[in-house]
Write a protein that binds this ligand. Structure first.
Ligand SMILES: Cc1cc2nc3c(=O)[nH]c(=O)nc-3n(C[C@H](O)[C@H](O)[C@H](O)COP(=O)(O)O)c2cc1C
Length: 182
């Protein structure tokens, strides 16, 4: 698939077929995570792969009932939970390099986007899920204090994709030579 076609065609998928994802296909998606860029190649990203329906159901209790992705966490054959090792991305000799502190959210975002695009290229659906109780998710999955649970995505074959939500025009968010937004 052409890269721009993949970028244009990827949609958040919230309805999944129960069909299993072959292990080789899962490994390609994980390879896309492995190859994502990171601060000074610090590679803070870690992934928890969930296939057990009991574990997925427990994890779903960390999502608010209002989250439109709630049912996809139990319905998709796989859920991937992306975590970040704290205190390495954006750090040098234990000290933050910038006033922004830990860049793990940024690095996990890059890894997640690689994941979503690779999955789409393989005919799989994903939806980034960030609205949940992260502390509860960490307890359910046994994630220690030095690791931050950031986001999860179901992974599976889509039943249907929604329409493309409207995006801003380029002219609405791109400025030349100096910031000229409102
Ligand atoms: C950081 C982040 C967190 C998100 N959290 C959720 C979520 O908790 N539940 C959900 O249904 N969608 C979530 N989304 C998906 C967005 O709603 C979706 O990407 C956006 O509406 C654009 O739609 P598209 O992905 O089809 O282009 C999240 C997306 C991002 C990038």
């Amino acid at each position: 698939m052409d890269l721009m076609d993949a970028i244009k065609g990827r949609r958040s998928i919230r309805k999944y077929k129960p069909d299993p994802v072959p292990e080789e296909t899962l490994q390609i998606v994980l390879e896309a995570v492995r190859l994502a860029p990171s601060w000074a190649n610090t590679q803070c990203c870690e992934v928890i792969v969930l296939k057990d329906s009991k574990v997925k159901s427990r994890l779903a209790t960390a999502l608010p009932n209002t989250n439109p992705a709630l049912s996809s966490v139990t319905e998709a054959p796989i859920v991937l939970v992306l975590c970040g090792i704290k205190g390495i991305s954006g750090f040098y000799k234990g000290q933050p390099r910038t006033e922004k502190g830990d860049w793990l959210m940024f690095d996990i975002g890059l890894a997640m986007q690689n994941l979503c695009l690779a999955a789409h290229g393989l005919g799989l659906g994903t939806v980034v899920v960030g609205n949940f109780n992260h502390q509860k998710a960490a307890e359910i999955l046994g994630v220690p204090q030095n690791i931050e649970v950031v986001a999860m995505t179901p992974l599976g074959y889509p039943i249907s994709a929604g329409g493309a939500p409207k995006r801003k025009e380029i002219s609405e968010f791109v400025f030349y030579e100096k910031y000229s937004g409102k």
